[in-house]
Design a protein around this ligand. Sequence first.
Ligand code: ADP
Ligand code: MG
Length: 248
Amino acid sequence: MGRILCVVNQKGGVGKTTTAVNLSAALALAGQRTLLVDMDPQCNATTSLGISPTDGHALVSEDDLVGHIVDSRQDNLSVVPGSRTFHDVDKLAHSDSAHTRLVRRHFDAVIEDYDFVLIDCPPSVGALTQTALTASTEVLMPIQCEYFAMEGLTQLIQTIKKVIVATDGRLTFGGILLTMYDPHLELTHEVDEEVRDFFGDIVFDNVVPRDVSLCEAPSHGKTVFQYAPRSRGAFAYTQLCMEVLQRD
Ligand code: ADP
Ligand code: MG
């Protein structure tokens, strides 16, 4: 069965969307059938691939998910576009069991068709993120190398633990990723040490450096592999992809 990776962090701007998009692309390039699901009402993952957000989010529709899946310009990479409609966001954020079951059912119906499903979450520990976690098999948490990197994580970790218990261990802590890593900064090393001390082995060996290609690619509607295949960002996400594949 495919692995469903939920990309979460309660903070904005830590590299969730960049990771969801470029790890998906790296997996697709490695021949893995990959589905990227945009659950953030900001729809950044959708637009950064040059795809338009929808008026109705596929996950709140009773229709089969298959009919809502869009091809990207990358082989092996399909997308469930995000929706900016408040009504949909509200519905998705309704973490009552009926809605959670509907979302789970949507994923379960397509999971045989994919090796990986990646979910890009909004910056919150709210109900939308909880719905996503409940439908997932692994948590992938990007942490930005900055002051207060770990601040506020306690609440998110509590939420994740609750979902792990509620899903009977279907959800596991898949990995922590250090992003915007700058080896020239003392601060980066401090955060690196603190995060590895706290989380241990689940922190990925590979880190994602600060790289302007990763910021520029979305404005061209491209993944970093399409925009700057020889960049450090592209290399980092390829390395991360290999680590994710090895952790199976
Ligand atoms: P989030 O989804 O957590 O809000 P984003 O992935 O949208 O975060 O990243 C926030 C901003 O930082 C974006 O402008 C993005 O292009 C930029 N960014 C993300 N990762 C990197 C990186 N490794 N190097 C440089 N800029 C990055
Ligand atoms: Mg985002």
